[in-house]
Design a protein around this ligand. Structure first.
Ligand SMILES: NC(=O)c1ccc[n+]([C@@H]2O[C@H](COP(=O)([O-])OP(=O)(O)OC[C@H]3O[C@@H](n4cnc5c(N)ncnc54)[C@H](OP(=O)(O)O)[C@@H]3O)[C@@H](O)[C@H]2O)c1
Length: 289
């Protein structure tokens, strides 16, 4: 089986590139090798490769940047996935596409099901929702995997790495305590994806939620990062972590207040619940030791 992995340089892409091995034939393409803003080249690349699966781990992920780079975000997140899906359909290939909890407004008061109507509150969320719709329209053989708050050990910048860096430089860190979601380790997303592509897509096609288990605020997450990092000897002491509200921490893009996702559909398919967020955090930090 041949897999074409697009966006192999990102957090999820790097973990997929490491995990997907023989007997699979895996062709990995980073942004340097395939720029999704070139839609013609994007289509042609897939058709030339004739894969069985296209996995799209590439995205414009700068949530605040998308508010001013509307067209670029829409092209990468909204249009290119549809082109990949169409090219995959033309080769009778299936497609995995990643999406986000930010397709929801976060106002529901309980975790979101796949069947809940999306209602993004940011340009990034709208561009990702457009991508979902384009994939669905272009190729019935699709798996859309919505995930959230992703961090990976091999990536240059994410919330976990930022906290560890700030913790060395600053005695006090203010962290938002009224946005709730689920931190999710890129490695867990990759492992689940690797399993999903072994199942017959005729039985599985559709939209799924996958995050680690549990839901917390960014503030709770920061406390846990420092506590686990100290236990592992990565840091000697934690800074003071001060909870603040979203209103006190102004960002260009609006973010959902509570975007936790129910992952029961995937749990029922795979027969087990996703790893608990804190266990995955500990494992990721232990890789940094
Ligand atoms: N990060 C999160 O917290 C989060 C949360 C929910 C959902 N998701 C979704 O999960 C998926 C994976 O996210 P991630 O965290 O792994 O993202 P990431 O680390 O930001 O990686 C995205 C990758 O896409 C590449 N890319 C950007 N523009 C491109 C273009 N024009 N052509 C080709 N490649 C391009 C980037 O290249 P460069 O390395 O050159 O920039 C990067 O390698 C995405 O669909 C994202 O929307 C992410």
């Amino acid at each position: 089986m041949k897999v074409l992995l697009i966006g192999s340089g990102g957090q999820v892409g790097q973990e997929l590139g490491r995990l997907l091995k023989e007997p699979l034939t895996v062709v990995q393409l980073s942004r340097e090798q395939l720029d999704l803003t070139n839609l013609e080249q994007t289509y042609q690349t897939v058709v030339d490769q004739r894969p069985d699966w296209v996995i799209n781990a590439a995205a414009y992920t700068a949530v605040d940047g998308a508010e001013s780079e509307l067209e670029l975000a829409h092209r990468i997140n909204g249009e290119a996935p549809g082109v990949l899906a169409k090219a995959a359909a033309d080769c009778n290939a299936a497609m995995v596409h990643f999406s986000t909890d930010y397709v929801f407004d976060g106002a529901q008061g309980r975790p979101y099901l796949e069947s809940d109507p999306p209602c993004p509150v940011s340009a990034y969320g709208r561009s990702k929702l457009a991508g979902e719709e384009a994939v669905k329209a272009a190729n019935p053989q699709h798996l859309i995997v919505r995930t959230a708050w992703v961090y990976g050990s091999r990536w240059k910048g994410n919330f976990v790495k930022s906290m560890l860096r700030l913790g060395v430089d600053r005695p006090v860190i203010k962290v938002v305590s009224d946005q709730v979601g689920t931190p999710t380790w890129a490695n867990d997303i990759a492992e689940t994806t690797a399993r999903l592509i072994t199942l017959p897509v005729a039985d599985t096609a559709g939209t799924y939620h996958f995050t680690n288990s549990g839901a917390i605020s960014w503030y709770d997450f920061a406390i846990a990062i420092f506590s686990e990092a100290i236990a592992l000897g990565l840091l000697t002491k934690a800074p003071d972590i001060v909870p603040i509200t979203t209103a006190e921490y102004s960002t260009v893009a609006k973010r959902p207040a509570n975007s936790a996702l129910y992952c029961t559909k995937l749990r029922d398919l795979l027969g087990h619940a996703p790893p608990y967020w804190r266990d995955s955090l500990r494992q990721m930090l232990s890789e940094l030791v």
